[in-house]
Design a protein. Structure first.
Length: 466
């Protein structure tokens, strides 16, 4: 007789422990020293959450539950094995899957409860479905841009912001009407369709340099929609987990925007990343200085201090392990080597930190922008590997540049600058970089992994001759 009550108590205790683990997971993942513990805590918390849900006495048939778990496992394992270069788009896909599930649950709850739905419950369901729908398509668009299966440049047209906001306004208007007239079920599909369209339109005008902020913002939306679902399902665990996800994503978005000296409205509606045709045309008539791997090795080997600035090009070339070999070779020669990490380097927050940590580069050598910039004027060599937009001096000197005002790594203040790059094409934001034409800059054209490997070989040969 007491079995359902006992089970309910067990479920609530399980959910409580899972909630605590989620909170601790975020806490521990804020530091490299405890990050692995944070991941394990999050994994255990999710396992407990799933286990507690499976104990729910309202489940009368586990067949579909088992099928869902098997399908999720089949999809999830390959997603967890993607290379580091694909982590941003994999993260976007995770947001899309989570948002889709929220939207489906919200839709099912509406049709199960209609036409008798309280004002509060209808408000929660509307928020859940709107946020879930726009996050679903927005995340798919972001993943497509990051994977380069969709155009990477911003797509803009006249009255774009008015059109986008009108679409969102229709969804909000329908939601407001349904709060007082939930029996009008024929309007509910608009509550799904309009945000789905808005999610696409929201990402279309956003350029590549804003993708780190977009990813964290979509993370926030997904968390808020999950929290709304928690209210709809009367699940404290979902409310807590969704609130944690939503708030952390929002805070991270604020940090990313500050790192780019940009506001949320500018990120979402500014069409950042448009190609400057005049700058592109100008680069064709300007000369650059180049160097070979042998020449680069000689300069690096003779330096007292070197700052390495990684970017997405390093990730694409999977050059992190060669960079570690370069770090070790220079350190053995007595050269002081540090790494300058811009908050939005790569295509998601912390991308470069994770990439270099994977290659066992000491974490205390990874210095953020504020820490490394004061050292750059006294640095002998700044070696830039695949980082374009975050080292672009136009952010300081050109009021007409789309990135004007964005804090950058001041590599142009180092005594010598070396840039490893495949060619002279602009970066992901589509903006030419004046750094490449400075007299102190040497362009090292080639694949990052191969070129760094050649430099390491030359350093070894020089040491051997010595």
């Amino acid at each position: 007789m007491n079995s359902p009550l006992v089970t309910e108590e067990v479920i609530q205790i399980t959910y409580l422990v899972a909630s605590v683990l989620f909170i601790l997971s975020l806490k521990w993942m804020s530091s490299p020293a405890t990050a692995q513990r944070g991941v394990r805590a999050g994994e255990l918390g999710m396992a407990l959450a799933i286990g507690g849900t499976l104990l729910y006495h309202g489940i009368i048939d586990y067949r579909f539950v088992v099928i869902a778990l098997v399908v999720g496992t089949i999809v999830g394992i390959p997603l967890g094995l993607v290379p580091m270069t694909a982590v941003p788009q994999r993260t976007a896909l995770s947001h899309a899957f989570g948002a889709l599930s929220v939207t489906l649950v919200g839709t099912a709850e509406f049709y199960l409860r209609a036409p008798v739905i309280s004002h509060f419950m209808m408000s929660v369901l509307s928020m859940e479905v709107i946020l879930g729908s726009l996050t679903f398509t927005g995340s798919l668009m972001a993943a497509g841009k990051l994977q380069e299966v969709l155009p990477q440049r911003p797509i803009i047209f006249k009255w774009q912001n008015i059109v986008n906001l009108s679409i969102l306004a229709i969804a909000v208007g329908v939601a407001g009407y349904l709060v007082f007239h939930p029996e009008q079920t024929r309007l509910f599909p608009l509550l799904i369709l309009m945000p789905l369209i808005f999610g696409v339109m929201m990402i279309v005008p956003i350029g590549g340099a804003d993708m780190p902020t977009v990813i964290s913002l979509l993370n926030s939306y997904a968390g808020l929609s999950a929290a709304a679902m928690g209210f709809a399902l009367d699940s404290k665990l979902l409310i807590i987990a969704g609130a944690l996800d939503g708030s952390s994503g929002f805070i991270l978005s604020v940090i990313m925007s500050k790192a780019m000296n940009r506001s949320f409205t500018n990120v979402l509606f500014g069409a950042f990343g448009q190609v400057q045709t005049s700058a592109v045309a100008e680069q064709e008539t300007r000369n650059v200085r180049t160097a070979t791997a042998e020449e680069a090795a000689g300069i690096l080997g003779a330096a007292n201090s070197v700052v390495i600035v990684p970017g997405y090009g390093l990730a694409v070339a999977q050059a992190q392990h060669k960079v570690r070999e370069l770090y070790e070779a220079l350190t053995k020669r007595g050269v002081t080597v540090t790494f300058g990490i811009h908050p939005v380097a790569g295509r998601m927050p912390g991308h470069m930190n994770v990439l270099l940590a994977e290659a066992d580069i000491p974490y205390d050598k990874l210095l953020d922008m504020d820490a490394i910039n004061p050292e750059l004027p006294e640095t002998d060599v700044a070696l830039v590997i695949g980082a374009n937009d975050v080292t672009n001096p136009a952010a300081r000197s050109d009021p007409g540049s789309p990135i004007y005002g964005m804090p950058i790594l001041d590599v142009d203040k180092a005594r010598t600058v070396m840039v490893i790059k495949r060619g002279m094409s602009p970066g992901f934001a589509g903006i030419d970089n004046p750094l490449y034409y400075l007299d102190k800059t040497l362009m090292l054209f080639g694949d990052a992994r191969g070129f760094v490997g050649d430099i390491v070989k030359e350093l070894g040969n020089t040491a051997g001759h010595g």
